[in-house]
Design a binder for this molecule. Structure first.
Ligand code: BDR
Ligand code: CA
Length: 305
């Protein structure tokens, strides 16, 4: 099993990832933390609670995180993920509760008390992670690695150069990328390719109730091309953890732009000309058919309650 802390801003592709996280027992989920991103932190927290309730995971610790970026004003992506962040499905009355501690304190407690190192996965803005590193630098040694969805080597989705998670809080991203963490960056280069195809989506609908729930969300997901499929950005972090051989990676130095017209860009030292070392394993390619087959299998094995 992989002991994991998952930091997220659901968000429809976040929900697609959390579905796997909560139902595949390879993941030993120690904590889920929420952050403002696709929608406000109240809504992203509530969306995590909805999913934990849906999958009967009252055992999962859920902590509310940062309500705004470190420096930049907050702007959501409700144009893509809907007003609630997870529209289209009625999760009914929610029985799950968040814990009292805020995200950074909860992360610190889990890391401090864990006998083994923990894998951190971040699929929203990196505000909580940056705050953790600033407040508890000693926790770094308890973190096995950090796998993020964010950034891009090949142009952005929020501006022509910036990917949404990095753009939302570039100052946090800078702190994180300049830390000593072992970072794997799965950015748009891969996630915009990793579409759940229209064919896969029609199969998903037939699988079970969870397939129907996901499709209800995906029908409200305004990302990607209608005919080819929809990008499962955040799901890639989990697929990568389970099947790294399905990705092609390159070690690079990544700098984060924190102001000016390129704010939020992840600048890779591709020519190895500005740095003599590297700070990130960057995903550059993925086996898309395998990704689709794997995702369908993950959902197919969930039994209806
Ligand atoms: C990232 O931005 C968010 O809208 C998605 O959930 C994903 O984490 C893609 O750029
Ligand atoms: Ca996300």
């Amino acid at each position: 099993t992989i002991p994991i802390i998952f930091d997220t801003d659901p968000g429809i592709d976040d929900a697609a990832a959390i579905t796997v996280l909560l139902t595949n027992n390879v993941f030993d989920v120690r904590l889920i933390t929420s952050v403002a991103g696709n929608v406000s932190v109240d809504k992203t927290t509530n969306n995590v609670l909805k999913l934990a309730h849906y999958f009967n995971r009252q055992d999962i610790k859920i902590a509310r995180g940062a309500e705004k970026p470190l420096v930049k004003p907050f702007k959501d992506a409700s144009n893509i993920h809907g007003e609630s962040g997870m529209p289209g499905y009625d999760f009914g009355e929610i029985s799950t509760k968040m814990i009292e501690k805020e995200a950074v304190e909860a992360m610190h407690e889990v890391l401090k008390n864990s006998a083994e190192k923990i894998t951190l996965v971040a699929v929203g803005a990196f505000t909580n992670i940056a705050k953790l590193l600033q407040r508890y630098p000693q926790d770094l040694k308890k973190i096995e690695r950090l796998v993020v969805m964010g950034g891009s080597l090949s142009g952005g989705n929020l501006t022509s150069v910036a990917e949404f998670n990095v753009f939302t809080d570039p100052d946090a991203a800078k702190i994180v990328f300049e830390s000593e963490l072992d970072i794997t960056m799965i950015g748009l280069d891969v996630t915009e390719k990793a579409l759940l195809t229209s064919q896969s989506m029609s199969e998903l609908l037939q699988l079970n109730e969870t397939g129907k729930m996901l499709m209800a969300l995906f029908n409200h997901y305004h990302d990607g091309s209608k005919d080819r499929g929809k990008p499962m950005h955040d799901v890639n972090t989990l697929y990568y953890l389970l099947h790294p051989e399905k990705y092609e990676l390159e070690d690079l130095w990544i700098d984060i732009v924190t102001d000016g017209p390129a704010i939020g860009a992840t600048v890779a030292d591709i020519l190895h000309s500005t740095h003599s070392t590297t700070n990130t394993h960057v995903a550059k390619d993925i086996d898309v058919p395998s990704f689709n087959a794997w995702y369908l299998l993950q959902i197919a094995r969930i039994s209806d309650a």
